[in-house]
Design a protein around this ligand. Sequence first.
Ligand code: ZN
Length: 351
Amino acid sequence: MKRVFTAGLAIVLAWSIGVADAGAETTKSKQQEKLKELQKNEKTKHTELGKAQIELNKLKKEIAPIEKKMAEYDAQLEQNNKDIIENEKLLQQQKAQLNKRVVHLYKTGEMGYMSQLVSAKSFSEFLARIEGIRLIVKTDSVLLQELNATAEAIQKSKKSTEQLRAKLQPLFAQSKAKVEEIEKKTKALDKELANIKHDEQVTEAAIKEQERLERIASQQYTGNYGTGRLMKPAAGTITSGYGYRWGRQHKGIDMDDDKGKKIVAADSGVVILAKSDPEGYGYYIVIKHSDGLSTLYGHMYRSTVRVSVGDRVRKGQWIADIGNNGRSTGSHLHFEVHLNGKAVNPMPYIT
Ligand SMILES: [Zn+2]
């Protein structure tokens, strides 16, 4: 009776541990998915941001010549205004002069040129008078011409002002539209930047959480994992051994096989790392075993990996497919054995 009860309890315990693990697993993979999504979003937003900045710079460049032209026209307008004010002053003076002249002519009776000529008592007097009249007429004529020129100059300036205003109007509209667009874009960029910053914070928090989970995963499983005797993790022939190769340390062994062929766990253990290293290992995973031993599997493609961090794996369990990812010139498995964090020759461990 007692034995039955104990066995039942053991089953219940095992079951509840299993359930708890399944829950943790779901949370972890959800976290990973969220992180992936966030990082993708961030990348997209950075691309958009770059594009928007290029557009903004283009607009700023486009507006510069318009504003230069506007400034030129403004300077001309100002000169016109100065000219008009000066000429109007001159015109007033000239008008006053002419008035004075008219008053003088009127007062001296010089208005009636003909009557003066007619009333000449002698021919010599007539000649003297006609000479005088000529002088008077000439002076008046010059005065009138000057006055006319001033009035014309004023008209010309006013017309030029009108033309300049007509030219400025569309430029002003253009510049206003561009300034508004720039303001709109700048605002949108600011908003986007704030979004990115927020996303980065969220991503960072997610990464921290992921790291925390990974730490827990690697610390939690301190039990006895594996025998310390490893099986060959892939079927292919070993084409490259451990040690110096082409002037550099080869930290593992290579097993050539076709892409898609199985990679299995060399020993039982727990997955403590699963990540991408595009310039090196490609997608790789690390499995922790007992007694400071861990194994690393490289050059896989993420899509073929069947385990994630925190997973407990059995010796011989299918964990991924052989790939050609990262710094790799043909499909093969790069396999490393680490003892207390340092790469060692895997061969003595493989039985
Ligand atoms: Zn290798």
